[in-house]
Design a protein around this ligand. Structure first.
Ligand code: GLA
Length: 382
């Protein structure tokens, strides 16, 4: 319980408590910063943040899950290293709030608790950013709308933490709702929800693989996508992002790109088209097409974006062979993390256990799984 953890740490009750969920990427892999359409789901695992004002100019932070504590002063809010690096997401949000005009005269105490698996590809980072944004904007009486908080949280990750992510994670954590898919038009920055397909369940398989280079690889892919955009915009000036283009236009310009740039552009443009097809399949309640699109999305990540890994591919391949599975794919940045499977309600623990046993036999270590429950988006608790 967050209130108890806060009290245990600071000896009094917190003034404000906020929460935000982790997210699953449903479809639209690496489409967000290429300004297309993406879809995600907020899960019922959340980060709670509790804060109060202090009388001095210090910021104290404590994380229950990481068993970490740290202190900085208001004039030293900068990227932290080593055992203080856990503070970076909330500090980034604080820095962006200040940059946006929030008046700060005194420091604050901060504590967080979490049921979001860390480093697993379900965006604990967006969850802590959104929960912090809600908590601190309330504490310092600096009211912002949900969309402003979502944008600010992303800015914290881009400009403070240094990860050039798009708006998927923060958008889904902010605008998520129970039994809903969040649809984001990343060019217009508009958010809406669609009902989850009836008669389905989501299972999440965690490869337990944390790729040490994820952030470096992510930035590399980001650069490759920007390079592809530049080539395509030379040929057609109305193209300002990869989502403005199509796979056939990319094909037509193949000779002007190196092979990596070409493959990344094929992935993003075809993935963006798949998201639109997904909307139709969902509206038609055509679960077999929904499943096929999930599988096609994974194949594109695997062969064109090259952001999967053996463990993840194995999980998707094996899931695709199992009864009761409509489709499965990598969810999130890639190079490890999680696979989501859309199944019929009949998919059982027995099938999931069989898959895990096969995984362990092949890789010599365990994978994990859980059946997803969707949950509400970020907000204030107290
Ligand atoms: C990570 C990023 C998101 C998005 C996905 C890939 O989760 O934080 O912005 O780019 O990868 O779709």
């Amino acid at each position: 319980m967050i209130a108890e953890f806060y009290k245990k740490t600071y000896g009094s009750a917190p003034t404000v408590i906020a929460q935000a969920p982790g997210r699953l990427e449903f479809i639209g892999n690496h489409v967000d910063y290429n300004k297309g359409i993406v879809m995600g789901v907020s899960i019922d695992n959340r980060i709670n943040v509790a804060v109060s004002l202090r009388e001095d100019n210090e910021i104290h932070m404590a994380s229950e899950v990481l068993k970490a504590k740290g202190v900085v002063t208001l004039d030293k809010v900068a990227l932290q290293k080593d055992d203080q690096a856990f503070m970076n997401y909330p500090l980034g949000v604080f820095a962006m709030l200040r940059q946006a005009g929030m008046k700060v005269e005194k420091g604050f105490n901060f504590a967080d608790t979490s049921t979001v698996p860390l480093g697993a590809g379900v965006s604990s980072s967006a969850a802590i950013e959104l929960a912090t944004a809600y908590a601190l904007s309330k504490l310092y009486n600096f009211p912002l709308s949900k969309i402003e908080l979502v944008r600010l949280a992303r800015k914290a990750e881009n400009d403070f933490v240094g990860m050039p992510c798009g708006i998927l994670d923060q958008g889904v954590s902010g605008f998520g709702a129970e039994d809903a898919l969040v649809r984001i038009d990343c060019k217009q920055e508009t958010f809406s929800t669609l009902p989850l397909p009836h008669g389905t369940a989501f299972w999440v398989f965690n490869s337990q693989k944390k790729h040490a280079l994820v952030e470096g690889m992510y930035a590399k892919r980001f650069d490759e996508c920007m390079r592809a955009t530049k080539v395509l915009s030379r040929y057609k000036s109305s193209i300002t992002c990869l989502a403005d283009s199509t796979p056939s236009a990319v094909e037509a310009n193949r000779s002007k790109m190196d092979s990596d740039t070409f493959k990344r552009a094929i992935h993003v443009t075809s993935e963006n088209a798949r998201v639109l097809e997904m909307e139709t399949a969902l509206a038609d309640k055509d679960l077999s097409s929904v499943g096929d699109l999930l599988k096609a999305s994974h194949a594109s990540s695997r062969y064109f974006f090259e952001n999967t890994c053996t463990e993840i591919d194995f999980l998707v391949d094996e899931l695709s062979k199992q009864d009761h599975v409509y489709g499965a794919r990598l969810s999130g940045g890639g190079w490890g993390g999680v696979v989501i499977a859309l199944t019929s309600p009949d998919y059982s623990k027995k099938e999931a256990d069989e898959l895990l046993a096969a995984f362990e036999k092949k890789f010599g270590h365990k994978a994990g799984y859980f059946k997803t429950k969707t949950g509400p988006g970020a907000g204030l608790v107290q």
